[in-house]
Write a protein that binds this ligand. Sequence first.
Ligand code: FES
Ligand SMILES: [Fe+2]
Length: 362
Amino acid sequence: MSTQSQQNPNSQDIEAPSQEAIQEFYNGMRPFWHPVLWEDALPEGKLVRVELLGIGVVLARLNGKVTALRDLCRHFQTRLSLGEILDIDGEDTVMCPYHGWAYGNDGMCKRIPQMLEGRKIPPSARVDSYHVTTGYGLIWVCMGDEPTFNLPDYPEYGNDEFRTVSMKEDEISRTSSTRMIMGTLDDTHFPWVHEGILGTRDCPAAPDHKVWREDQYLVLQYDVEQPPGLATTDMSVEGAEDKGNISIRYTDYVGMPNVIRLVKETDSGRYTVWLATCPNAYNKTTNFWSFSRNYDMGSERDRTYEEFGAHVRSQDKPIIESQRPWLIPPFWSQLEQPLGPSDKPLMEFQKWLEELGIVTRI
Ligand code: FES
Ligand SMILES: [Fe+2]
């Protein structure tokens, strides 16, 4: 005899993903650029530890170049990030605090103080070093052999026609980066989670979505109306509050698999929300946000926009952090029940993640 609860896939214990699911998520995410730290958080002469895909990474500026090494000394597995930068014959190295082994930016050990005179440092005395680049105020690391895609575009950033504020979220989010991107791409939650700001509950219908792939992007486009607010119109203009609903064209670009740029076009101009997520682990994500606008350009207004972004973010956070399993489950598991056509963009995102080998198991 089967009962209702036996038939419902949701009745399974889904709190902890399997080790295989976690490992495949990490393997699938390795060949992409991931943002790990704001550039200005890595001063010259300092070592900073970050976590990416469950692995500790030490960042440093060596010989003027940002370097990312595995934060684990080859000798006795001490954290290199507890050490210091050491100049060896004009070359900067990262020196382990325990016995002074020092590594160059290629991860090779350049000095072993205890080595007997005349002996050579063995080539096995090395730590993993990772690809590093910078962009949009951030340091990005790729742990694969070669990055699959370029850094996604953010044309408003550094553009004089726009003002951009970046939001430094101190707290790590208790979710996966793929859940975080999916939650930002999702628009049918607007009237429920952001009522009065991004929608109203008397209009719960999903917009008519167009969704397609373009190079490394999943693109979503739709038209909606939203109440007047900082992300829809110039609120510094007198009477803006009483304008009534504002017509908006949204175009969302997901830079697969971990970055999203939401572009809102209105009569007032353009407002862009940009989110780059760092998958610290399967259940820990660091979010790097920037918001760009080409209206209400006074710098004294930046703080207001930052607070607005933080407020919307605080509404989403408990919802996204509550989702289980931590990792998006594959379609075949039927653990979730997406609804067509309103959830089509989310299904397309998930489909692509499955093709990239990022979503495979529960
Ligand atoms: S553990 Fe790093 S030098 Fe010994
Ligand atoms: Fe939201």
